[in-house]
Design a binder for this molecule. Structure first.
Ligand SMILES: [Cu+2]
Length: 316
């Protein structure tokens, strides 16, 4: 069957529909929402890996307000009610049995970049109230994006429907303090009733208002990531976009290793900055052998300045 562009791109009418659904101060369907979202930071620590070789993952899609900083609430479209969605941690060769239940008010779907499946069936959109299940076995280790693939994909990713799935190699990497950073852009309307809706026209113009790690601009400046001197530090960096890369850099450090593809292969050494493309993920490592405060930034500083920056504190 010939690929259908509508699988990936919205028709003008569906964009118009989405825009109509994006009225400020509503839940995306013209229904007024109240600001009930309270701010919380997003834990960057990689969740532990369970020993089960079958990983059952159940997520919900839902449209809910999300507080992305203490005075900013956005009308998020989410997985499990947060931006980004939960960090999933599996091992290469595991069977991932995934179910998505759509508790939202519009169609949504799930696309895992570490899954090799027929997207026509596994990644198809489901209507409100429906569920979809599929399984896959990650062939490669690494840091992978997942996202809603319902047209227009730009709007669904741009409204918060993304997250990271980390796949460990069969032979574990050296012990490290491990953190996950998912970079994304926010394109917002002026707030109404305390809530900022997403702005599709701005998404198309690709000039974001905010760029953030794990959904909150500069959150790890206010609450830094902490390790001890001598720790090996490993960052799994995923660029959700929807459009821009992350030029990942740690001030005052050099990466001993950047895994360009599946760890432990394709390792390059002695790297100052490396670009993680939109829709991609990479693994960065160094040893924290100096005590101090080390900013980790998107070195594309137009976006670092808009929030894609944090602080790593190395304690004695
Ligand atoms: Cu969606």
């Amino acid at each position: 069957m010939k690929p259908d562009r509508r699988t990936f791109l919205a028709s003008a009418s569906s964009v118009g529909l989405a825009l109509a659904q994006q009225q400020p101060g509503t839940n995306g369907h013209g229904v007024p929402v109240t600001v009930s979202a309270t701010y919380h930071s997003f834990d960057p620590a990689l969740p532990p890996l369970s020993s089960d070789t079958v990983k059952r993952v159940h997520m919900t899609s839902q449209e809910v307000p999300v507080s992305i900083r203490p005075n900013t609430v956005v009308s998020g479209w989410t997985f499990d009610g947060d931006i980004p969605g939960p960090v999933i941690h599996v091992r290469q060769g595991d069977t991932v049995e995934f179910t998505l239940t759509n508790r939202g008010m519009m169609p949504h779907s799930m696309d895992f970049h570490c899954a090799e499946v027929n997207p026509r069936t596994a990644f198809r959109s489901i209507a409100p109230g429906e569920s979809i299940s599929f399984s896959f076995t990650p062939r490669y280790a690494g840091a992978f994006l997942y996202h809603c693939g319902t047209p227009p994909i730009l709007l669904h990713i741009g409204s918060g429907m993304f997250g990271a799935i980390i796949v460990d190699p069969l032979t574990p990497l050296p012990l490290a303090k491990e953190f996950v950073l998912v970079q994304s852009e926010f394109y917002l309307m002026e707030p109404k009733n305390g809530i900022s809706s997403f702005n599709y026209t701005k998404m198309l113009s690709t000039v974001p208002d905010i760029v953030a790690f794990n959904g909150r601009p500069a959150q790890y400046h206010d609450a830094p990531v902490r390790v001890k001197r001598g720790d090996r530090v490993r960052f799994y960096v995923v660029s959700a976009g929807p459009t821009h890369p992350c030029y990942f850099h740690v001030v005052g450090q050099q990466f001993e290793t950047v895994y360009l593809g599946a760890p432990p292969e394709s390792a390059v050494h002695g790297i100052q900055t490396f670009s993680v493309p939109a829709g991609g993920g990479m693994v960065f490592e160094f040893t924290a052998d100096l005590v101090g405060e080390f900013p980790f930034v998107n070195h594309g500083f137009g976006h670092g300045q808009k929030g894609a920056a944090g602080l790593l504190i190395v304690e004695p």
